[in-house]
Design a protein around this ligand. Structure first.
Ligand code: ARG
Length: 470
């Protein structure tokens, strides 16, 4: 047995009376979660303190005992924060670690602290407290993203850009309009997280192991002390419910899907093949062999990391779906999934909005692209409609004109009036006015369309909604 195995065998447990043999070394390795759940220390301390106050209210702890606990936990919080080596033992999880430390320091007072409290209601209380803080931070990060997208759209407010469907040149749009499409997506993400916060903000403490608490603990006091606005209404649901994490993972995968899509566009646009944008040096890397390369690694990594977040959501749903009521140890698997999702999402958002601020658009290739791909063919068909041709027929005629132009390696505006008249007698000299991307954009003058005044309206609305300091 190596020294690590020896250490593992000596791990302290919160149970023992019922057992004759030690836990198998590999079983211990599988079941001990301290390495990752120690991250919950501040929430576990908070939960313990709130519980101690509720016990004191019942007379189970005396005022001096409560004071001793208070001082102890203040001190312990500092020790965790400075990573003091004295806190580490051989603990199964953060709850047993803290219970060991408090019992070692305060004896019976520490032992009393567990009266009526189970790790089942404790762990889910910690997780809810943790997630509430994280969601609030994520909402702030999404706000920074919204701001960065808004700034970018403002900066290129007038720039006309090729719009695509099927990755084929479709119709001209404003670049601002394109970017504001992502603004809408991230705004919906923000709402999803706000909604998730509502359902995370429920206090399960006082639910005991599953059936409730034997000591008439004041659950509304616990909720208030811990800053929850609501209490769980069913103790069995309270200890086994992880919907709030599942919802968070779902909202995170949708959010990461949006980041992945916009990053995919940045990767494409920055490729020399397209060349519409340049991403700042701070967010690109070079190649160890090809000196000319400027790779969009950060955008690619964000796109790649969306896979992890999506996987985490699926993993958790699979963990939960087969579980009978109430607490089952499977639920311990929620932690690494949640922590990884939070960390990946936060680092992706942070990198994204900082990266976007370094992106510059190269007008020349953008303008050149507008001259290719027959981007005004739909406007040409609309011209025929205005001349009295039914749309389906106009579409058919335009298709033939485009084919003719393709076969003669010409753009529509390079065809002569004579060429064009060959397709329809209704075509007149005014047809050449159609070949104007600015006109095409401004013709989309409906609410939600890309016409300049409509996009300006949306930008102004955003400015008002968010009341940013401009
Ligand atoms: N580490 C456990 C978890 O994360 C804490 C709850 C343990 N409860 C139990 N009955 N074994 O789920």
């Amino acid at each position: 047995m190596n020294s690590k195995e020896g250490k593992m065998e000596k791990k302290t447990k919160l149970w023992g009376g019922r057992f004759k043999k030690e836990l198998d070394i590999d079983a211990a390795r599988m079941s001990y979660s301290f390495d990752f759940d120690k991250r919950l220390y501040s929430y576990d301390i908070k939960t313990n303190m709130a519980y101690a106050r509720a016990l004191a209210q019942l007379g189970i702890l005396s005022e001096p005992e409560l004071k001793a606990l208070n001082d102890f936990f203040d001190d312990l919080l500092e020790k965790f924060e400075s990573n003091d080596p004295s806190i580490y033992g051989e603990d199964e999880d953060i709850h047993s670690c803290i219970e060991r430390l408090v019992t070692k320091a305060l004896g019976d007072v520490g032992k009393k602290l567990h009266t009526g409290k189970s790790r089942n209601d404790q762990v889910v209380t910690d997780m809810r407290l943790f997630l509430k803080d994280e969601i609030r931070e994520i909402i702030k990060l999404i706000d920074s993203t919204l701001r960065a997208i808004y700034d970018f759209a403002r900066q290129y407010e007038e720039l006309i850009f090729p719009g695509f469907t099927h990755m084929q040149t479709a119709q001209p749009v404003l670049l601002a309009h394109h970017m504001l499409a992502y603004f809408e997506m991230f705004k919906r993400d923000r709402l999803r997280f706000m909604d998730n916060l509502e359902r995370t903000d429920v206090c399960p403490l006082g639910s005991g192991a599953l059936a409730g608490n034997n000591y008439e603990i004041d659950r509304s006091l616990l909720a208030k002390e811990l800053g929850f606005s609501k209490m769980s209404r069913n103790s069995m649901d309270a200890v086994s419910d992880r919907d709030f994490i599942l919802e968070f993972c779902s909202a995170s995968s949708i959010c990461m899907t949006h980041f992945s899509r916009i990053c995919e566009e940045l990767v494409l646009w920055s490729s020399p093949l397209i060349g519409f944008i340049q991403i700042g040096d701070e967010f690109t890397t070079g190649s160890s062999i090809m000196p000319q390369k400027k790779n969009s690694d950060i955008a690619e990594l964000i796109r790649g990391k969306s896979g992890r977040v999506l996987g985490n959501f699926t993993a958790l749903q699979h963990v939960i779906k087969g579980l009978p009521l109430t607490y089952n140890r499977d639920l311990q698997e929620d932690k690494e999934i949640l922590f990884d999702t939070v960390d990946t999402l936060k680092s992706s958002i942070k990198c994204f909005y900082k990266m976007l601020a370094t992106v510059t658009v190269r007008a020349f290739p953008v303008n050149l692209s507008l001259k290719k791909g027959y981007i005004l063919a739909t406007d040409f068909a609309d011209y025929l409609v205005k001349k009295g041709v039914p749309f389906r027929e106009a579409h058919e005629i335009t298709g033939r004109v485009v084919l003719f132009a393709v076969e003669n390696s010409r753009q529509l505006e390079e065809l002569t009036l004579k060429d064009l008249k060959g397709f329809s007698g209704r075509i007149e000299n005014d047809v050449f006015k159609v070949f104007n991307v600015k006109q095409s954009v401004d013709d989309k003058d409906v609410y939600g369309g890309t016409a300049s005044r409509r996009v300006k309206y949306q930008l102004n609305r955003i400015k008002e909604d968010f009341r940013w300091e401009m």
